[in-house]
Ligand binder design. Structure first.
Ligand code: ZN
Length: 263
């Protein structure tokens, strides 16, 4: 469970006592034995999984930097507080100008997704987007009192989304309100390429897809309904935030998702 740092309300530090709860494969992206990461983080054409955003190898969060159809880019989620340094470094190395990032899309309020939102918005001057419900919680107005770690600091989202909104980003996205993990959790679907940025609706362990972890979920039955709804989509690549991503046959893996029992 230590992979999911954003969910530990007590501390941002690893919690080794819970490590055995989840298979090590949840820490996908981990390079064993101190080997250097592969220098090819462009996991699909134009879709980059930003390297180096996690504070330790115990954690696995996937911040996606996605090329738009034009010269601009879209950032999907922003990692923990401090992850902005790695995102900025990655952009420098790949010669992506800060102002080329025009939009930052947030799947939900949790700190491991919004921790570097303010810094990345300042760095890029991009417009920030989230579901209208999450936008209130990201602004800490009201403060979020559900499970999981709330935002590190308030941030005013520029554009609020509702279910079904189209976003001119990443080749054309549809915002799907997928509540459960948090009340306004949103997944982003690219229909042309059949790619689903699923946020924390699903966690991926090896080639297995798990429904969002109950202990860190606002309302599991809602997440189950959201998952069933996403299962209706045609998905080739399931780009999860923790574990995975599953680049091929992601829809098949998604439809076979498992539910973990609540502890
Ligand atoms: Zn979350």
């Amino acid at each position: 469970m230590t992979a999911f740092i954003g969910y530990n309300n007590q501390s941002a530090a690893p919690n080794p006592g819970r490590r055995a709860d989840f298979a090590p494969s949840l820490r996908t992206g981990l390079i064993p034995n101190g080997l250097r990461p592969l220098a090819m983080p462009e996991i699909l054409p134009g879709i980059h999984q930003v390297e180096g955003v996690d504070p330790s190898p115990e954690f696995s969060t996937h911040v996606y930097l996605v090329k738009d159809k034009g010269p601009s880019w879209t950032l999907i989620d922003t990692g923990l507080p401090g992850a902005h340094a790695a995102i900025e470094k990655y952009m420098r190395e790949h010669k992506i100008e800060p102002t080329a990032v025009k939009k930052i899309l947030i799947t939900h309020l949790h700190r491991d997704h919004t921790g570097s939102l303010k810094a990345m918005a300042a760095f890029t001057h991009a417009k920030t987007y989230s579901h209208w419900l999450e936008a209130a919680y990201i602004a800490c107005d009201p403060p979020y009192d559900g499970p999981g770690t709330p935002p590190a600091m308030p941030h005013a989202i520029d554009e609020t989304l509702k279910d079904g909104d189209s976003i001119d980003a990443a080749g054309g996205l549809i915002a799907y309100h997928t509540p459960g993990h948090t009340p306004g959790h949103t997944s982003y679907y690219q229909p042309e390429r059949k790619i689903l940025f699923s946020g924390d609706l699903f966690f991926v362990e090896g080639d297995q897809v798990l429904l969002t972890v109950p202990d860190y979920t606002h309302h599991t039955p809602s997440a189950l309904v959201s998952a069933r709804r996403m299962n209706q989509l045609s998905v080739d690549s399931l780009l999860s935030y923790h574990g995975g991503p599953i680049l091929k046959d992601g829809g098949k893996a998604m439809r076979a998702f498992r539910q973990l029992p609540k502890k």
